[in-house]
Design a protein. Structure first.
Lengths: 206, 206
DNA sequence: CGTTATATTAACCATATGGTTAAACCAAAC
DNA sequence: GTTTGGTTTAACCATATGGTTAATATAACG
């Protein structure tokens, strides 16, 4: 409704994203978001009517960007090997670039999965171009054709996602237990992708 | 300091565990914990001096129980294959039985990893019987002996933990995307263990 | 300029919440 | 029975926080 994209609104969204990622929904402070966005607290209520509203907006935005990227990978001529290569790479690179993503999503996944899944469902059904079911159906067919070893599409996909996403959530934990410190994040993520792709291909490709 | 184990204290700890798991640290309400434990709010401050104190106590207790169980698996004569079989089984069964564990740990892992890692460090160093480093050193040696394909112990362990733990965090997400609904939890976890063990052994065993 | 619609702010408000305290309760010890 | 020490409670307190509002600034536009 304004000339272009409202810069104030965008700053708030960005600031809120960081705050929610760092402290979770309950821990996030509207005042902190406002200060971080360089505006008055009332602005948050002006653009988004409540804390909940702001959160939901971010959730939708984050998930939308997320699924859009994911969608790009899922071309019609996708092979099992290609999926196992591209998916972790995309996931890990995306999350390494936007650490808030993982934290917000993981947070919500723990705290209120139904809400998040509802949003995902909405986004997916909106993507008529390429839904989720086709992928899972294809995974099932791959197994029928003897291309993969995992019969259940759910577990097939879970294995891929688990290895990719845990790189972020669990990194500090495994570091602490092992005492192994990673030199640089960049190097770590490169090796992580390699390891994940390797395990997946050896583990689920026939 | 009393005759045996204080039943009030235990009830509070149990109630707090559920509350923190459900709502996270910031979202948890002391009053709710008290009500759920069937006592006055002041009791919480009597036994544990603050919300933070209560939380830390639980964290230590949870992590302690966790590591004790894990430790049982790590016998001196452990083979790579045995690790890849027993570890996911233990993890998944343990977490399936105590869903609060995952939620609390995951929550803290996202929100305040340094704190959690500090606690883990304390517990581990307390276990002189079997530290963490020996395991990682052994994983490294397995690769030198040509038994495994993953050269980096950190990634080796991350792959195992990721596949196991994500079964809980990510289950609702993958369900929502795929549209596949799991019949019974018991059946799901059984198949989950089978899938994880299969991928790990095929993927990282030579 | 004057009007209008949108942004933006300072000052408030109601309430929830972590935390305190002083008094009471209760079991065992004497 | 009374003292003693741990246990339990109701009633408070200070403050933080989500949310509101009325007034003001800003820009658009005729």
């Amino acid at each position: 409704m304004k000339k272009d994209k409202n810069p104030g609104r965008e700053k708030i969204l960005k600031a809120a994203q960081n705050e929610f990622a760092a402290r979770g929904f309950a821990g996030a402070r509207m005042e902190a978001i406002a200060r971080s966005a360089g505006c008055n607290k009332a602005m948050l209520f002006y653009y988004f009517s409540s804390k909940e509203g702001l959160y939901q907006t971010i959730l939708k935005e984050v998930m939308g960007e997320f699924f859009t990227k994911i969608n790009g990978v899922l071309t019609p001529d996708l092979t099992p090997a290609a999926l196992m290569e591209k998916f972790p790479e995309l996931y890990i690179q995306l999350f390494a670039r936007h650490p808030e993503f993982v934290r917000i999503v993981a947070f919500d996944l723990i705290h209120d999965p139904d809400n998040l899944c509802g949003i995902m469902g909405g986004i997916i059904s909106q993507m008529t171009h390429f839904g989720p079911h086709p992928l899972f159906e294809r995974i099932r067919r791959w197994h029928e054709q003897g291309l993969t070893s995992e019969p259940d599409p759910l577990h097939f996909m879970m294995n891929i996602v688990a290895l990719s996403i845990f790189s972020f959530i669990g990194k500090p934990m495994v570091e602490a237990i092992s005492g192994i410190r990673v030199a640089s994040d960049e190097e770590f993520y490169r090796r992580r992708v390699a390891s994940v792709v390797n395990v997946l291909k050896r583990g689920m490709l026939k």
